[in-house]
Write a protein that binds this ligand. Structure first.
Ligand SMILES: Cc1ncc(COP(=O)(O)O)c(C=O)c1O
Length: 430
């Protein structure tokens, strides 16, 4: 029987006001459009999706084999709602070994990727109307704020701080805030906190919590470090409690294998934080059924403990990503040196490069001048097959020409060819 979904009710009456007002991912919208162009045969450098292409970066072979073996052994039922004990213990060992952070196993929860950990953090901490501070640009905080009916306070950051929030920018907004959302290395900018800056932010958070006193509700930091295994050159990864031990009760780490093991489709994420909050998060994740699949959990636990394999894989992935980011950065700087209106911020981590295309006011072949970031995006997409995401997709205001380029799905020769096409297109601007 073909179901007929016609109804006399319409629009807002059909869903909750929250669902009615929820925006889909702007990134995925742009990426979908780019995919369609590619399918139609266009030569494109697709720098849009924050993902890896399997023909560029594979998950570790040992991990893939471990999943197959776990399935073979019948690891196909529900996992415990807070995660498999073996994986939680492997995360404890990983944090001690690699990050110098010792936590009890009760501080770890496993979920189906980092997203349910973020949602669980917001859900466990935020009441409607609570204030959530997040940098603009940042990834998806605006959407999680909407889901929770929170009051979002975007802190607009700029190139002078490599698009990271600074203690000076945050200080005036901490009073009364419930959650400070930080990410390092950061999506969309590919930049990471310095030790000094993160340490000063931690001191401010602790001062605010002291001011509130034991009768108040604390200010928490959600520290999204899904890209911590991907830092380049001299960049070091720092964590709030690693720098200031007193931050432990107020820090919830968001983590997982999606980025560090190029395994976005496996859906294995971890949250690490104060056990009382983590317990509530695992109840929320349990009710959502947002567990990581059991076989993936078993295999991830084994892989995280296989130190030689993990070390070798990390080095290879890091080198592959860094090569691509450096090529793109060097190419853009070369175009800048030739006088084109383009620049980039040196990459520090993750899979992203921040690019500025200041083509506003310029006329493509004496046509109408480009006015908005979206018109600039369209111009380089149509004329150079160079696909970028404007910072507006990350809640960043203003038509100032800032874009994210993601290199996980492109190869070095694709980048070379894309840069040649980009120069040809920039030549068309008067
Ligand atoms: C900063 C950040 N956190 C979390 C996630 C989500 O990760 P997952 O795919 O594991 O849900 C992403 C994905 O792009 C991300 O960029």
């Amino acid at each position: 029987m073909r179901l007929n979904y016609d109804t006399p009710f319409a629009g807002p009456a059909l869903v909750s006001s929250m669902a009615g007002g929820l925006k889909g991912s702007e990134i995925l919208k742009i990426a979908g459009e780019v995919r369609a162009m590619k399918a139609a045969g266009r030569d494109l450098l697709d720098l849009t999706v924050g993902d890896f292409a399997a023909d560029q970066f594979r998950i570790p072979a040992e991990l893939a084999a471990g999943i197959a073996q776990a399935l073979e052994k019948g690891e196909t039922n529900y996992p415990p709602s807070n995660g498999m004990q073996a994986l939680r213990e492997a995360v404890v060992r990983l944090y001690a070994r690699e990050l110098g952070l010792e936590v009890p196993v009760e501080a770890v929860v496993i979920a189906g990727g980092a997203r349910p950990i973020i949602y669980g953090t917001y859900r466990a901490l935020i009441d409607p109307g609570d204030r959530v501070l997040f940098p603009a640009p940042s990834w998806n905080n605006n959407h999680y704020v909407h889901l929770l009916g929170a009051e979002g306070v975007p802190i607009v950051v700029g190139p002078e701080s490599r698009f990271l929030p600074t203690p000076e920018l945050l200080a005036p907004h901490l009073e009364g805030a419930r959650l400070l959302s930080l990410c390092s290395p950061q999506n969309p900018t590919g930049t990471a906190f310095t030790k000094e800056s993160l340490q000063s932010i931690c001191e401010l958070v602790l001062a605010e919590n002291r001011r509130r006193g034991p009768g108040g509700r604390p200010l928490y930091v959600m520290f999204d470090q899904v890209y911590w295994m991907l830092t380049f050159g001299d960049t070091q990864h720092f964590t709030p409690p690693g720098l200031v031990a007193e931050m432990a009760p107020y820090t919830i780490f968001v983590d997982g294998v999606s980025k560090g093991l190029a395994a976005t489709g496996l859906r294995v994420g971890f949250g690490v934080g104060p056990p009382e909050v983590i317990k509530r998060m695992s109840d929320i994740i349990g009710h959502m059924g947002a567990w990581a699949p059991r076989a993936e959990q078993v295999a991830t636990a084994q892989f995280l403990d296989n130190v030689p394999a993990l070390t070798a894989y990390r080095a290879k992935l890091r080198e592959g990503v860094q090569t691509r980011l450096q090529m793109l950065y060097a190419g853009i700087e070369a175009l800048k040196a030739k006088g084109y209106p383009i620049e980039a911020i040196p990459p520090m981590g993750a899979i992203y490069l921040t690019i500025r295309l200041a083509a506003h006011g310029k006329r493509p072949n004496f046509g109408d001048p480009l006015k908005t970031n979206d018109q600039v995006r369209r111009f380089v997409l149509d004329h150079a097959g160079f696909a970028l995401v404007p910072f507006q997709a990350f809640a960043f205001p203003g038509e100032t020409g800032w874009f994210r380029a993601s290199v996980g799905a492109v190869g070095p020769t694709d980048i070379e060819r894309g840069l040649v096409r980009l120069e040809a297109a920039l030549k068309m601007l008067r």
